[in-house]
Design a protein around this ligand. Structure first.
Ligand code: ADP
Length: 662
């Protein structure tokens, strides 16, 4: 019997079971709903992924027919949706890419790489470069279709093309350059070339293919390569290095520049240029310089010889006229003539000295003395010197003697005379017959300006600067000249702190001016030597002098100079040997020795005198026409007591003799 309690339990159990079933069913329902919602969400995501994809996306069936297409495909390829649908996606590919695409698609499950490049034709028949990616759609292990993603590569391709073009341009430029560019890297312990281009490569008998991949020693002869290796190493150590090389008859200049990456040298770029022409010019210049030095030496030698040759006859002219000058028996007119001879002779001597000066100026060795002098004194002296020539041309010289300004200048009087004489001589030379010369003065800012104005041919304006350069002359073959005068004037005046210039009108005349520093009132004026006051006083000492000299007129001159010195006995020898013999036989107080003797030179005679105990202590004075400083220094070094340059100045000669006879 079924009791009530059992029925209750049964109902209770049934109720519970039902509740449980309801709960289970509810949970299942909720889960299914959730799955459904999830699935829907997934579909939305998937659609969004396709619809908003920045690439072309086609969904295709197993044969490659397009079943779905995204908006990007229409935007990029410019087709309508219908133009895509149910068409094989291969049909949009360039025919050269089509086979590749088919192969990839039909072996999609076997292929590792499912992407490739291809050109796709758009609606405007333009070929768009694209990167294609194929993704299979697999359901229950079976491929039911595929997604075809196509990414536009136009920009990348364009960019690549641009880079390629730039690279080609660069290589072309490097190839077309006159020089050469190369690179090398270090591999093991060798430097291997990685680039070598440029026109010079071929000239050197090389080529890019011969160089690239080769080490230095694979290109150059061993010795050459050994010589360049240190530079290669140095550049690899990080230092910009350069060197010169001679390859195949061509001189090249090479610079090596290291390229750094994160502080490490990763390669070295080298550049080479052809310096053969420069080398040749350099060589020519060295040769020209050597020749110029030689020519300069020859010039100095010439000047020294010329000076020597002119001094010898001048010694007689000046010496004898100095002797004549002091003769009591002369008439006034004769005395005037002698003075003129002396003046002219001394001027000639000055000119010779000036020629020597020219070479000294060039060598920067000319010394300028400065003293206060009155310009009028010097001008008058110069006018007197040039007046005879001016008279022959009927030229009248007017000097502004009445100038009331300061006329005292601080200059080297000899040099100033030289300058003024040059300008005056030119003013006569380049003047017309019966022309005029005006000498005027003006004081401006501590300078006295002296103008020498002529009425001659004038100078064209384009030549007015040039006339101050050495050896420049205008075309006038009938007028003699060397073209040296004005350049000497310019250099001398500059040494004295002044300037020279010219204002000239063609056919009207020229105004040459010089500026001279004005003397300060406190400076003492030096008066020119009064030649009449020169005292030629005889030597009052009982002495015996030996004069070794071959030139009869020089012998006669010294004899005449010493004639009044009654206590002096003069012995003459005309050769070195004769002189040495006489010096050995008799005791002399002084020896005068000419340096250019016919049988032996004066230095040799001097050596012999010094070797002999009997003569070693006798003072020996050199008498020579060699006026170069080097000659003088050489003689003093050689043991001569003094050195007298011909032509002899009598008072100077006598005072030097006295000095050694004391
Ligand atoms: P030189 O008179 O020996 O030729 P200079 O150096 O004194 O050399 O002068 C250089 C040139 O300047 C002369 O050849 C001449 O052409 C020109 N010159 C110089 N002085 C005058 C002048 N007063 N008038 C015209 N031309 C002049």
């Amino acid at each position: 019997m079924i009791d009530l309690a059992s029925i209750h339990v049964f109902i209770w159990a049934l109720g519970l079971t039902l509740i449980f079933i309801v709960i289970i069913l509810s949970i299942g329902l909720v889960k299914k709903n959730h799955e459904l919602r999830k699935y829907k969400m997934f579909e939305i995501h998937y659609q969004s992924l396709i619809e908003h994809n920045p690439n072309v996306v086609w969904t295709v069936d197993t044969q490659g027919k397009i079943v779905h297409v995204n908006p990007k495909a229409m935007e990029l390829l410019k087709y309508e949706k219908e133009q895509f649908l149910s068409k094989s996606f291969f049909s949009f590919f360039h025919e050269k890419d089509r086979k590749k695409a088919e192969k990839k698609f039909f072996h999609l499950l076997d292929e590792d790489r499912t992407y490739f490049d291809a050109f796709i034709q758009d609606a405007e028949n333009k070929w768009v470069p694209m990167l294609i990616t194929l993704v299979p759609i697999i359901i229950h292990g079976k491929m039911t279709g595929a997604f075809v993603f196509a990414r536009d590569k136009s920009e990348v391709v364009e960019h690549k093309n641009r880079i390629k073009k730039a690279q080609m341009d660069l290589i072309h430029t490097i190839q077309k350059q006159q020089g050469m560019t190369f690179k090398y890297v270090k591999m093991g312990d060798q430097f291997i070339h990685t680039l070598c281009e440029g026109e010079l490569v071929e000239k050197l008998g090389l080529s890019s293919s011969k160089v690239v991949g080769k080490p230095l020693h694979g290109l150059l002869p061993r010795e050459e390569a050994d010589a360049k290796l240190p530079a290669y190493k140095k550049a690899w150590d990080g230092e910009v290095t350069s060197f010169e090389a001679y390859v195949n008859g061509i001189y090249i200049y090479v610079t090596l520049s290291p390229v750094f990456q994160e502080g490490q040298v990763v390669e070295v770029i080298g550049s080479g240029i052809d310096i053969t022409k420069r080398k040749l010019i350099e060589r020519e210049m060295i040769q020209a310089k050597e020749e110029a030095v030689k020519a300069n030496l020859a010039k100095s030698e010439f000047l020294s010889n010329m000076s020597h040759e002119l001094r010898t006859p001048l010694n007689a002219i000046l010496g004898f006229s100095q002797l004549l000058e002091v003769q009591e028996s002369l008439t006034e007119q004769q005395r005037f003539f002698v003075k003129e001879i002396l003046k002219g002779g001394r001027h000639l001597l000055e000119l010779i000295n000036e020629i020597l000066d020219l070479s000294r100026i060039e060598a920067g060795q000319l010394k300028i003395s400065s003293q206060m002098v009155n310009i009028q004194t010097i001008i008058e002296e110069c006018i007197n010197l040039v007046a005879p020539v001016a008279v022959t041309k009927g030229i009248y010289i007017t000097n502004e003697r009445s100038f009331s300004g300061n006329q005292n200048v601080y200059v080297d009087p000899t040099r100033l005379k030289q300058i003024l004489l040059n300008l005056l001589e030119n003013a006569i030379k380049y003047n017309k017959e019966n022309g005029d010369i005006f000498i005027t003065y003006e004081c401006k800012e501590n300078f006295l300006y002296v103008h020498i104005q002529d009425t001659g041919m004038g100078i064209p304006s384009e030549a007015q600067e040039k006339i101050f350069t050495p050896f420049f002359r205008l075309e006038h073959p009938q007028i003699e000249g060397t073209g040296m005068g004005l350049s000497l004037v310019k250099q001398l005046i500059q040494l004295m702190g002044g300037q020279v210039g010219v204002n000239s009108n063609l056919g009207m005349g020229s105004d040459f001016w010089i500026s001279l520093p004005l003397a300060h009132p406190s400076q003492k004026i030096s008066l020119p030597d009064n030649e009449n006051k020169r005292i030629v006083s005889p030597i009052h000492k009982t002495v015996t002098i030996l004069y070794i000299e071959d030139d009869p007129s020089n012998l006669l001159l010294v004899t005449e100079i010493l004639k009044e010195s009654h206590d002096v006995t003069l012995h003459l020898a005309q050769t070195g040997l004769a002189g040495l013999e006489m010096a050995n036989q008799q005791r002399y107080d002084l020896i005068l020795l000419d340096l250019n003797l016919p049988d032996m030179n004066g230095f040799h005679v001097m050596d012999k005198l010094k070797e002999n105990d009997r003569t070693a202590a006798i003072p020996v004075i050199a008498l020579s026409s060699n006026a170069m400083k080097e000659d003088l220094n050489r003689a003093i070094k050689h043991g001569f007591s003094d050195y007298l340059i011909k032509p002899i100045d009598i008072s100077c000669f006598l005072s030097i003799l006295l000095k050694y006879l004391e």
